[in-house]
Design a protein around this ligand. Structure first.
Ligand SMILES: C[S@@+](CC[C@H](N)C(=O)[O-])C[C@H]1O[C@@H](n2cnc3c(N)ncnc32)[C@H](O)[C@@H]1O
Length: 270
Protein backbone atom coordinates (compact mmCIF):
# COMPACT_ATOMS: atom_id res chain seq x y z
CA UNK A 1 0.00 0.00 0.00
CA UNK A 2 1.32 3.44 -0.88
CA UNK A 3 2.24 5.69 1.98
CA UNK A 4 0.06 8.77 1.68
CA UNK A 5 0.19 12.08 3.43
CA UNK A 6 -3.13 13.86 3.64
CA UNK A 7 -3.47 17.14 5.38
CA UNK A 8 -6.46 19.40 5.82
CA UNK A 9 -5.40 22.60 7.52
CA UNK A 10 -8.85 23.85 8.26
CA UNK A 11 -10.40 20.61 9.22
CA UNK A 12 -7.82 18.35 10.84
CA UNK A 13 -10.61 16.02 11.95
CA UNK A 14 -11.35 15.32 8.27
CA UNK A 15 -7.96 13.77 7.58
CA UNK A 16 -8.18 11.73 10.77
CA UNK A 17 -11.63 10.53 9.76
CA UNK A 18 -10.43 9.49 6.30
CA UNK A 19 -7.43 7.62 7.62
CA UNK A 20 -9.29 6.01 10.48
CA UNK A 21 -12.05 4.76 8.20
CA UNK A 22 -9.91 3.32 5.40
CA UNK A 23 -10.17 -0.04 7.17
CA UNK A 24 -13.90 -0.34 6.46
CA UNK A 25 -14.85 -1.28 2.71
CA UNK A 26 -12.83 -0.61 -0.39
CA UNK A 27 -14.20 -0.40 -3.91
CA UNK A 28 -11.12 0.09 -6.01
CA UNK A 29 -11.31 2.04 -9.26
CA UNK A 30 -8.73 1.50 -11.95
CA UNK A 31 -8.56 4.34 -14.43
CA UNK A 32 -5.92 4.44 -17.12
CA UNK A 33 -4.99 7.53 -19.04
CA UNK A 34 -2.33 7.99 -21.68
CA UNK A 35 -0.84 10.63 -23.87
CA UNK A 36 -0.45 9.79 -27.57
CA UNK A 37 1.53 11.81 -30.02
CA UNK A 38 0.41 12.17 -33.60
CA UNK A 39 2.45 13.88 -36.32
CA UNK A 40 0.73 17.18 -35.51
CA UNK A 41 -0.16 17.23 -31.85
CA UNK A 42 -0.55 15.47 -28.58
CA UNK A 43 -3.82 14.18 -27.22
CA UNK A 44 -4.97 12.06 -24.32
CA UNK A 45 -7.35 9.15 -23.87
CA UNK A 46 -8.83 7.53 -20.81
CA UNK A 47 -10.70 4.36 -19.86
CA UNK A 48 -12.23 3.51 -16.55
CA UNK A 49 -13.06 0.18 -14.97
CA UNK A 50 -14.49 -0.53 -11.55
CA UNK A 51 -13.24 -3.47 -9.51
CA UNK A 52 -15.01 -4.46 -6.36
CA UNK A 53 -12.37 -5.59 -3.94
CA UNK A 54 -14.98 -6.73 -1.41
CA UNK A 55 -13.46 -5.14 1.67
CA UNK A 56 -14.44 -2.14 3.66
CA UNK A 57 -15.91 1.26 2.91
CA UNK A 58 -14.72 4.77 3.46
CA UNK A 59 -17.37 7.28 4.40
CA UNK A 60 -17.12 11.00 4.94
CA UNK A 61 -19.58 13.32 6.59
CA UNK A 62 -22.02 14.78 4.06
CA UNK A 63 -20.78 18.32 4.67
CA UNK A 64 -17.20 17.42 3.77
CA UNK A 65 -16.05 18.90 0.44
CA UNK A 66 -14.66 15.43 -0.31
CA UNK A 67 -17.93 13.63 0.41
CA UNK A 68 -18.91 11.48 -2.59
CA UNK A 69 -15.28 11.02 -3.61
CA UNK A 70 -14.58 8.07 -1.34
CA UNK A 71 -13.86 5.56 -4.13
CA UNK A 72 -11.55 7.99 -5.89
CA UNK A 73 -9.62 8.71 -2.72
CA UNK A 74 -9.22 5.01 -2.05
CA UNK A 75 -8.10 4.46 -5.66
CA UNK A 76 -5.42 7.10 -5.13
CA UNK A 77 -4.34 5.69 -1.78
CA UNK A 78 -3.84 2.28 -3.42
CA UNK A 79 -1.90 3.67 -6.38
CA UNK A 80 -4.73 2.97 -8.85
CA UNK A 81 -5.29 6.58 -9.82
CA UNK A 82 -2.91 9.27 -10.95
CA UNK A 83 -2.89 12.71 -9.40
CA UNK A 84 -4.37 14.29 -12.54
CA UNK A 85 -7.22 11.77 -12.53
CA UNK A 86 -8.03 12.55 -8.92
CA UNK A 87 -7.96 16.27 -9.79
CA UNK A 88 -10.47 15.71 -12.61
CA UNK A 89 -12.75 13.75 -10.30
CA UNK A 90 -12.67 16.53 -7.71
CA UNK A 91 -13.49 19.09 -10.44
CA UNK A 92 -16.44 16.97 -11.54
CA UNK A 93 -17.64 17.05 -7.97
CA UNK A 94 -17.53 20.86 -7.84
CA UNK A 95 -18.57 21.88 -11.36
CA UNK A 96 -21.99 22.24 -12.95
CA UNK A 97 -23.07 22.70 -16.53
CA UNK A 98 -22.86 26.36 -17.51
CA UNK A 99 -19.96 27.15 -15.14
CA UNK A 100 -17.06 29.48 -15.91
CA UNK A 101 -13.64 27.90 -15.38
CA UNK A 102 -10.00 28.75 -15.97
CA UNK A 103 -7.26 26.41 -17.14
CA UNK A 104 -4.17 28.36 -16.06
CA UNK A 105 -1.74 25.96 -17.80
CA UNK A 106 -3.28 24.55 -21.02
CA UNK A 107 -0.26 22.49 -22.13
CA UNK A 108 -1.51 19.78 -24.47
CA UNK A 109 -5.16 20.52 -23.68
CA UNK A 110 -6.15 17.39 -21.72
CA UNK A 111 -7.28 19.44 -18.73
CA UNK A 112 -9.00 22.03 -20.95
CA UNK A 113 -10.91 19.23 -22.68
CA UNK A 114 -11.90 17.63 -19.37
CA UNK A 115 -13.20 20.96 -18.05
CA UNK A 116 -15.10 21.71 -21.25
CA UNK A 117 -16.91 18.38 -21.04
CA UNK A 118 -17.95 19.23 -17.49
CA UNK A 119 -19.31 22.73 -18.15
CA UNK A 120 -20.61 22.64 -21.75
CA UNK A 121 -24.33 22.26 -22.35
CA UNK A 122 -27.00 23.33 -24.80
CA UNK A 123 -27.44 26.70 -23.08
CA UNK A 124 -23.99 27.78 -24.30
CA UNK A 125 -23.34 29.55 -20.98
CA UNK A 126 -20.32 27.52 -19.87
CA UNK A 127 -16.88 28.92 -20.63
CA UNK A 128 -13.32 27.65 -20.36
CA UNK A 129 -10.66 30.37 -20.34
CA UNK A 130 -7.36 28.68 -21.14
CA UNK A 131 -3.88 30.17 -21.07
CA UNK A 132 -0.28 29.14 -21.58
CA UNK A 133 2.93 31.09 -22.21
CA UNK A 134 3.84 28.80 -25.11
CA UNK A 135 2.19 29.21 -28.51
CA UNK A 136 2.93 25.52 -29.12
CA UNK A 137 0.77 24.63 -26.11
CA UNK A 138 -2.09 26.82 -27.29
CA UNK A 139 -1.88 25.16 -30.72
CA UNK A 140 -1.80 21.67 -29.18
CA UNK A 141 -4.85 22.50 -27.08
CA UNK A 142 -6.71 23.89 -30.08
CA UNK A 143 -5.87 20.79 -32.16
CA UNK A 144 -7.02 18.46 -29.41
CA UNK A 145 -10.34 20.31 -29.18
CA UNK A 146 -10.76 20.15 -32.97
CA UNK A 147 -10.48 16.39 -32.70
CA UNK A 148 -12.52 15.83 -29.57
CA UNK A 149 -15.44 18.28 -29.54
CA UNK A 150 -17.94 19.87 -31.89
CA UNK A 151 -17.24 23.36 -33.33
CA UNK A 152 -20.10 24.65 -31.13
CA UNK A 153 -18.47 23.26 -28.00
CA UNK A 154 -15.08 24.60 -29.05
CA UNK A 155 -16.58 28.10 -29.25
CA UNK A 156 -17.01 27.93 -25.47
CA UNK A 157 -13.21 27.80 -25.05
CA UNK A 158 -11.21 31.01 -25.17
CA UNK A 159 -7.46 30.47 -25.48
CA UNK A 160 -4.80 33.07 -24.66
CA UNK A 161 -1.01 32.86 -25.19
CA UNK A 162 -0.20 34.71 -21.98
CA UNK A 163 1.22 34.23 -18.50
CA UNK A 164 -1.40 33.08 -16.01
CA UNK A 165 -0.47 35.94 -13.69
CA UNK A 166 -2.46 38.07 -16.17
CA UNK A 167 -5.65 35.99 -16.03
CA UNK A 168 -7.65 38.94 -14.71
CA UNK A 169 -6.88 40.82 -17.95
CA UNK A 170 -8.49 38.23 -20.24
CA UNK A 171 -11.38 36.91 -18.17
CA UNK A 172 -14.24 39.46 -18.26
CA UNK A 173 -14.75 41.39 -15.05
CA UNK A 174 -17.32 39.93 -12.63
CA UNK A 175 -17.15 36.49 -14.25
CA UNK A 176 -18.33 33.94 -11.66
CA UNK A 177 -15.31 31.63 -11.81
CA UNK A 178 -15.91 28.26 -10.11
CA UNK A 179 -12.59 26.56 -10.90
CA UNK A 180 -9.04 27.71 -11.54
CA UNK A 181 -6.79 24.75 -12.33
CA UNK A 182 -3.00 24.66 -12.47
CA UNK A 183 -0.99 21.72 -13.78
CA UNK A 184 2.46 23.09 -13.07
CA UNK A 185 5.85 22.27 -14.60
CA UNK A 186 6.81 21.84 -18.24
CA UNK A 187 4.91 20.93 -21.41
CA UNK A 188 4.93 17.12 -21.82
CA UNK A 189 6.70 16.40 -25.10
CA UNK A 190 7.88 20.02 -25.31
CA UNK A 191 10.81 22.15 -24.17
CA UNK A 192 11.58 21.08 -20.59
CA UNK A 193 13.39 24.32 -19.87
CA UNK A 194 10.14 26.30 -20.10
CA UNK A 195 8.47 25.72 -16.76
CA UNK A 196 6.13 27.44 -14.38
CA UNK A 197 8.02 29.47 -11.76
CA UNK A 198 7.22 30.40 -8.17
CA UNK A 199 6.97 34.15 -8.67
CA UNK A 200 4.34 34.09 -11.44
CA UNK A 201 2.55 31.07 -9.95
CA UNK A 202 2.07 33.07 -6.75
CA UNK A 203 0.80 36.09 -8.70
CA UNK A 204 -1.63 33.80 -10.53
CA UNK A 205 -2.83 32.28 -7.25
CA UNK A 206 -3.49 35.78 -5.89
CA UNK A 207 -5.46 36.64 -9.03
CA UNK A 208 -7.39 33.35 -8.86
CA UNK A 209 -8.23 33.94 -5.20
CA UNK A 210 -9.90 37.24 -6.10
CA UNK A 211 -11.86 35.84 -9.04
CA UNK A 212 -13.19 32.67 -7.42
CA UNK A 213 -16.82 32.51 -6.28
CA UNK A 214 -17.98 30.97 -3.03
CA UNK A 215 -18.09 27.18 -3.46
CA UNK A 216 -15.30 27.38 -6.02
CA UNK A 217 -11.98 25.59 -6.16
CA UNK A 218 -8.35 26.29 -6.95
CA UNK A 219 -6.78 22.97 -7.97
CA UNK A 220 -3.06 22.38 -8.35
CA UNK A 221 -1.00 19.44 -9.54
CA UNK A 222 2.55 20.29 -8.51
CA UNK A 223 5.55 18.43 -9.96
CA UNK A 224 8.65 18.37 -7.80
CA UNK A 225 11.07 16.32 -9.93
CA UNK A 226 12.51 19.21 -11.94
CA UNK A 227 14.72 22.12 -10.80
CA UNK A 228 12.58 24.70 -8.99
CA UNK A 229 9.71 22.25 -8.47
CA UNK A 230 10.15 21.91 -4.70
CA UNK A 231 10.48 25.66 -4.28
CA UNK A 232 7.26 26.09 -6.26
CA UNK A 233 5.48 23.56 -4.04
CA UNK A 234 6.65 25.49 -0.99
CA UNK A 235 5.28 28.71 -2.49
CA UNK A 236 1.91 27.03 -3.06
CA UNK A 237 1.91 25.63 0.48
CA UNK A 238 2.75 28.99 2.05
CA UNK A 239 -0.03 30.62 0.01
CA UNK A 240 -2.62 28.00 1.02
CA UNK A 241 -1.49 27.88 4.65
CA UNK A 242 -2.01 31.62 4.98
CA UNK A 243 -5.67 31.58 3.92
CA UNK A 244 -8.24 32.17 6.65
CA UNK A 245 -9.91 29.16 8.24
CA UNK A 246 -13.28 30.91 8.01
CA UNK A 247 -13.03 31.40 4.27
CA UNK A 248 -11.07 28.48 2.90
CA UNK A 249 -10.43 24.74 3.17
CA UNK A 250 -6.97 23.76 2.00
CA UNK A 251 -5.90 20.13 1.46
CA UNK A 252 -2.71 18.49 0.24
CA UNK A 253 -2.24 14.91 -1.00
CA UNK A 254 1.30 13.63 -1.18
CA UNK A 255 2.88 10.19 -1.59
CA UNK A 256 5.40 9.75 1.20
CA UNK A 257 7.48 6.95 -0.30
CA UNK A 258 7.55 8.39 -3.83
CA UNK A 259 9.35 11.69 -3.33
CA UNK A 260 9.09 12.68 -6.99
CA UNK A 261 5.36 11.93 -7.34
CA UNK A 262 3.20 14.97 -8.11
CA UNK A 263 1.55 16.64 -5.14
CA UNK A 264 -2.12 17.57 -5.23
CA UNK A 265 -3.31 20.75 -3.57
CA UNK A 266 -6.99 21.72 -3.36
CA UNK A 267 -8.07 25.15 -2.13
CA UNK A 268 -11.86 25.37 -1.62
CA UNK A 269 -13.53 28.71 -1.09
CA UNK A 270 -16.32 28.28 1.45
C1 LIG B 1 2.38 20.33 -17.08
S1 LIG B 1 2.03 21.39 -18.42
C2 LIG B 1 0.29 21.52 -18.41
C3 LIG B 1 -0.41 20.28 -18.88
C4 LIG B 1 -1.80 20.54 -19.38
N1 LIG B 1 -2.69 21.05 -18.39
C5 LIG B 1 -2.40 19.35 -20.10
O1 LIG B 1 -3.52 18.91 -19.76
O2 LIG B 1 -1.75 18.85 -21.02
C6 LIG B 1 2.51 22.98 -17.82
C7 LIG B 1 2.28 24.09 -18.81
O3 LIG B 1 2.44 25.32 -18.13
C8 LIG B 1 2.88 26.26 -19.08
N2 LIG B 1 3.39 27.45 -18.39
C9 LIG B 1 4.62 27.66 -17.87
N3 LIG B 1 4.68 28.89 -17.30
C10 LIG B 1 3.46 29.45 -17.48
C11 LIG B 1 2.90 30.71 -17.12
N4 LIG B 1 3.62 31.62 -16.44
N5 LIG B 1 1.63 30.98 -17.48
C12 LIG B 1 0.89 30.06 -18.16
N6 LIG B 1 1.37 28.84 -18.53
C13 LIG B 1 2.63 28.54 -18.19
C14 LIG B 1 3.91 25.49 -19.86
O4 LIG B 1 4.17 26.11 -21.08
C15 LIG B 1 3.27 24.11 -19.97
O5 LIG B 1 2.58 23.98 -21.18
Amino acid sequence: MSALRFSSRLNPMLSNRILSQTNLLFTLSSFSSSFKKTSKHLYCTSNSTLHNNGGTSLSLSSNSPLSGLEDELVGYIFGKKKATEVAHLVWRHVLRKGDMVIDATCGNGCDTLAMLKMVADESGFGRVYGMDIQTEAIENTSSLLDQAVTPKEKELVKLFPICHSRMNEVVPENTAVRLVAFNLGYLPGGDKSIITISRTTLLALEAAKKMLISGGLISLVVYVGHPGGREELETVEVFASGLSVDGWICCKFQMLNRPLAPVLVFIFKR
